[in-house]
Design a protein around this ligand. Structure first.
Ligand SMILES: Nc1ncnc2c1ncn2[C@@H]1O[C@H](COP(=O)(O)OP(=O)(O)O)[C@@H](O)[C@H]1O
Ligand SMILES: [Mg+2]
Length: 242
């Protein structure tokens, strides 16, 4: 589904992505973890061309994301992206947030988009919130609207950049539960997260990054019980049982 080949990127003399190679097969869930500044956001954002790259190539379903020939808007309809800060349209209701792209990008009929949008919001426990504005919703509810909005385009791939980092602790579970549900549908996902229990439970692979490099890629059980590198051991010692 995703093929990342020898990707590098720098800002001036600072290397943020240093020869990244990674394959994410269809229906697999990969967690991207590592210390702040490791390059996790830069990497996940480059998968749908929210970031440019200087070297290498990223393919999504065989399409070269950064190629000038690629219609990036077309490609992005296949890729759902969920941000740490929700990024909902504040002047649109929850339902309007969800139906906006299907109506305006996919040219779906309003009535069909609304029927589908309501069903999606209901599946995320938000049936009562369709007509509320983002400012009237809790952070956890806003993030579930953001997930519904991404799913409304029927993407084949979902990318999450720290989806729970801006949430109060009691709201983290409701958002993680929504992602867990999505995992059961066979959705391909890449999730940048600091929720180690969640990563261990639902992910097929843990990709550990530090200083712009992939330091270790491993099965969760292997990674958490027996990390192979000093860098990963050091990181885990800091994030677990602190
Ligand atoms: N626009 C930018 N200009 C200069 N440096 C940047 C810019 N964006 C990110 N960086 C740097 O790139 C590195 C990786 O950032 P990021 O991908 O956000 O890391 P992470 O998500 O793992 O915390 C950091 O050192 C950050 O300061
Ligand atoms: Mg980040």
């Amino acid at each position: 589904m995703i093929s990342i080949k020898s990707v590098s990127k720098s800002y001036g003399s600072k290397i943020v992505l240093d020869n990244i190679n990674l394959e994410v097969p269809k229906s697999q869930i990969y967690a991207l973890i590592g210390p702040s500044g490791a390059g996790k956001s830069t990497l996940i954002r480059s998968i749908n061309a929210l970031e440019s790259i200087q070297e290498g190539e990223i393919l999504v379903k065989g399409v070269s994301v950064h190629s000038k020939q690629t219609n990036i808007n077309q490609l992005r309809t296949n890729i759902g992206f969920v941000f740490q800060s929700f990024n909902l349209y504040p002047h649109l209701t929850a339902l309007q947030n969800v139906t906006y792209a299907p109506i305006h990008v996919k040219k779906m009929r309003s009535h069909d988009a609304e029927t589908k949008g309501k069903a999606l919001l209901a599946s995320l426990g938000l049936e009562e919130k369709c007509n509320e504005y983002p400012g009237q919703l809790s952070g956890g509810q806003q993030q579930r609207v953001a997930i519904a909005r991404a799913l409304a385009m029927e993407p084949q791939l979902m990318l999450f950049d720290e989806p729970t980092s801006a949430l109060d602790p009691e709201m983290i579970k409701e958002v993680l539960d929504s992602i867990r549900k999505l995992a059961l549908t066979g959705m391909t996902m890449v999730v940048v997260t600091h929720e180690m229990g969640f990563a261990r439970e639902i992910c097929d692979k843990i990709v550990f990054m530090a200083e712009g490099k992939i330091v270790e890629t491993a099965h969760p059980e292997q990674f958490f019980s027996n990390p192979q590198t000093e860098r990963a051991k050091d990181f885990l010692a800091k994030v677990i049982n602190h």
